[in-house]
Design a binder for this molecule. Structure first.
Ligand SMILES: [Fe+2]
Length: 362
């Protein structure tokens, strides 16, 4: 599949009463998510000027003094809320190179109160900058709208795979969904061409990721077109027998489309029928250019089990995706691998010995 062949899914097709339109949407999801792990989405109803207003508010926040932004950083909740400083997060499958970006995390949806006790870091309260109402309202508003887009796509995925209509949606209510604003930092003249990447190659560890259009900014801070042909998002295709490593293709969403990407959780649940998208964000070859983006990450509920659903369980699939793991365990382990959570977080996971009687008899 090439860039030009990435399917464009019309959300209205997925919800249509016309079986031909529904099948057209389902066919696009099977091809896009099955071969590349990615589709473009139209009919989502998120206006472009809403994004422009949000990026203006995010620009105001990122241009504040470093010390002020540091007060919004929350290492104690593994940076799952508030500001993430540059050089904090690194991709799991990389040479340990931290990404060249600063980010802001918030949860736009109601969170499961039980999980807030079990996983206080990934279910933490939002934090907001003083005088940042436009930023707060913009991020929460976009997060909520992107979440609704994701739920409609998950319903479409269930139909496309012949599952019960709410099979994926029932896994996500109250889960630790997060919306992230990202600013990829401008490179200095001596950094260009040194192999610095804006975002190292990785696959997302959640269920489904929604990305409305990002924006490039020139050295004066004005919105601009892509500074060169090689910067921006690149995707790795599924490996074939002739080309086991796959190919890198540019991910250029048509204007106004939201990009939807499969994450590891959806790959596991579908036994690899849908594939998590390996992607990399390449920095420009010209100094001084930056980029802003928004991503909404839909997660499986932390108490759901990540294991291929029944229809996908061949011997090979069961072997490939064993053992079953709680999504909360999986998320915590990944945040340790990303360098955000301390290794000691792993000690709180896994098997728990039943000891009430022994304690009572002491
Ligand atoms: Fe990603």
């Amino acid at each position: 599949m090439t860039d030009e062949q990435i399917p464009i899914i019309d959300l209205d097709d997925l919800a249509s009463h016309d079986p031909r339109r529904r099948e057209r949407g389902c066919d696009g999801l099977r091809r896009g998510f099955g071969e590349l792990g990615l589709v473009y989405v139209k009919g989502h109803g998120i206006p472009g000027d809403e994004l422009d207003r949000f990026y203006a508010a995010f620009t105001e926040l990122t241009s504040r003094p470093e010390a002020e932004k540091q007060r919004l950083a929350r290492p104690e909740v593994w940076y799952q809320r508030g500001w993430t400083p540059p050089n904090t997060e690194k991709a799991v499958v990389a040479d340990g190179q931290p990404d060249f970006k600063e980010c802001y995390f918030a949860a736009p949806e109601p969170l499961d109160p039980v999980c807030r006790v079990q996983y206080p870091q990934i279910y933490a309260d939002n934090v907001w900058p003083e005088g940042g109402e436009n930023f707060r309202d913009g991020l929460l508003g976009l997060g909520h709208e992107l979440h609704e887009v994701g739920l409609r796509l998950l319903r479409g995925c269930a139909a496309a795979l012949g599952l019960a209509p709410y099979r994926f949606e029932e896994l996500v209510f109250g889960a630790p969904h997060v919306t992230r604003a990202l600013r990829y930092l401008p490179l200095g003249p001596h950094q260009v061409g040194t192999g610095i990447l804006w975002g190292e190659e990785h696959t997302d560890f959640n269920l489904l990721t929604l990305l409305p259009g990002g924006r490039f900014f020139d050295p004066t801070g004005a919105a601009c077109r892509k500074p060169d042909d090689e910067s921006g998002l690149y995707l790795r295709t599924r490996g074939t027998s002739e080309n086991p490593q796959g190919r890198m293709v540019p991910g250029r969403a048509p204007d106004g489309c939201v990009v939807a990407q499969v994450g590891q959780q959806l790959e596991i649940l579908t036994g690899g029928t849908f594939l998590a998208t390996p992607h990399v964000i390449k920095a420009p070859k010209t100094p001084g250019y930056s980029r802003m983006a928004v991503a909404h990450f839909i997660h499986a509920h932390s108490m759901s089990v990540l294991f291929p659903l029944e229809p996908f369980r061949s011997d090979a699939v069961v072997e490939a995706y064993s053992p079953p793991v709680l999504a909360g365990t999986y998320g915590t382990k990944t945040l340790v691998d990303l360098g955000l959570a301390p290794a000691s977080a792993l000690d709180a996971l896994g098997y728990r010995h039943y000891d009430r009687l022994a304690l009572q008899r002491r």
